[in-house]
Design a binder for this molecule. Structure first.
Ligand code: GTP
Ligand code: MG
Length: 383
């Protein structure tokens, strides 16, 4: 349902979008909130405003702490094919898992909250590596610490929810999911997705990669009513006008996820998958970080959840590279060309591909050919 905000509220929202600093944004949101009529149609919007205001307050507080020399960021530079965060409550075995999977030297202990900063390791899988990052455990009482944990997840390519088999699995899972949701992170792949980037000129441009369930004119009218006259609007999946309006407010971020139930050695296999109360539609593995388990199985699950493919480039007449390029599933020859060098697109003549995306080895393809995992590609340039 579209919120049907009065013009006054929309004008206030336009102010929020123009605000630069966290302080300005917070003030603008306060004004916006007081101008939004409270009814069923605006419930989600009001919830979003409150959440965003809480986030801004935490940002402001963190900035002040940093000025005073306190407060450390949990930011971790990406390495390898993808960055995956291990998240969970204390003593679920995250450090033990990290050590088992990557050999990282981390402190494992029965003392709660032993890991105080992100711990990092590289997990080999086939001819690539995943960067695993153990997040400091989530604290049930909440606070700024948890915000930093959520920040780690936001910056990552995916998350592994580490649960303790000896404790209540359902509540651990629900609590982590709602913790992430309260920070604007969803673990379920959305049906559709809209990205709005404001620009300075060019009017409203709609780039449709999916299916728009209203007219482009409806979208333009809606954005204009929020005083947005120049923007690029990208549509993915199935999107209606409601989604477009939501995209203006909510910055919900989708992160691929899987669940690891650890310490399975302590419950004598008494957890049966079919009785697991898992509503979340994500892969799940039962493991023991102490007894060990099939690392390949976890690697496969991570690779699938991340929705990535490995592409091997080769120079004409040469050998394929031993290190693959990592691209999103559905990537095309154009994406490979862009990843190699920006001149490659301008000078592109054709490409030859070996692998499961083509009918015969060395088939000639164009820029919009969709590649598959394991493909070898040779790009031929115009002289
Ligand atoms: N039996 C058994 N014990 C485990 C397993 N995994 C971890 N543990 C034990 O659980 C305790 C906590 O393990 P850690 O790996 O330090 O837990 P963590 O999640 O990193 O916890 P913090 O970083 O301290 O919040 C340690 O005593 C581990 O030996 C497992 O699969 N089975
Ligand atoms: Mg730990």
């Amino acid at each position: 349902m579209v919120t049907n905000l009065p013009a006054e509220a929309k004008a206030k929202f336009a102010k929020y979008m123009e605000a630069k600093t966290s302080e300005e944004k917070l003030r603008a949101l306060e004004e916006f909130l007081s101008a939004v009529p409270k009814h069923k149609g605006t419930e989600n919007l009001v919830r979003w405003i409150r959440r965003r205001m809480a986030e801004l307050r935490e940002e402001i507080e963190e900035k002040q702490q940093r000025k005073l020399g306190g407060g450390v960021s949990f930011f971790v530079e990406k390495e390898g094919a993808a960055q995956v965060i291990l998240i969970g409550y204390t003593k679920t075995g995250k450090s033990t898992l990290l050590k088992y999977l990557t050999g990282a030297r981390v402190e494992i202990s029965d003392v709660p909250y032993t890991t105080k900063f992100p711990a990092i390791g590289m997990m080999p899988y086939k001819d690539i590596q995943f960067q695993l990052v153990e997040a400091p455990s989530i604290i049930p009482e909440g606070g700024g610490w948890n915000t930093k944990v959520a920040g780690l997840v936001k910056n990552s390519d995916g998350v592994v929810l580490v649960l303790d088999a000896t404790k209540d699995i359902k509540s651990q899972l629900n609590d982590i999911v709602s913790f992430l949701e309260s920070h604007g992170i969803t673990l379920e792949r959305p049906r559709g997705y809209v990205n709005i980037e404001k620009s300075h000129s060019g009017g409203i441009r709609i780039v449709n990669y999916g299916k728009l369930m209203c007219t482009e004119d409806d979208v333009i009218k809606l954005l204009n009513s929020y005083r947005i006259y120049n923007a690029v609007v990208k549509i993915y999946g199935e999107v209606d006008l409601d989604y477009v309006e939501k995209a203006l407010f909510e910055r919900t971020m989708y992160k691929p996820a899987m669940v690891l139930i650890n310490k399975i050695d302590l419950v004598n296999g008494s957890i049966r998958k079919e009785v697991l109360p898992i509503k979340l539609d994500v892969p799940l593995l039962l493991v023991s970080a102490v007894k060990g388990f099939n690392k390949m199985l976890l690697g496969d699950a991570l690779f699938n959840m991340l929705n990535i493919i490995r592409i091997y480039t080769k120079p004409p007449g040469g050998e394929p590279s031993s290190k693959p390029l990592i691209l999103k599933k559905g990537s095309t020859v154009l994406d490979v060309a862009k990843a190699i060098h920006k001149d490659f697109i301008k000078r592109f003549a054709y490409a030859r591909v070996w692998g499961s995306s083509v009918k015969y080895p060395g088939q000639r393809v164009g820029l919009d050919h969709i590649l598959s995992d394991g493909d070898i590609i040779e790009i031929i340039l115009r002289k």
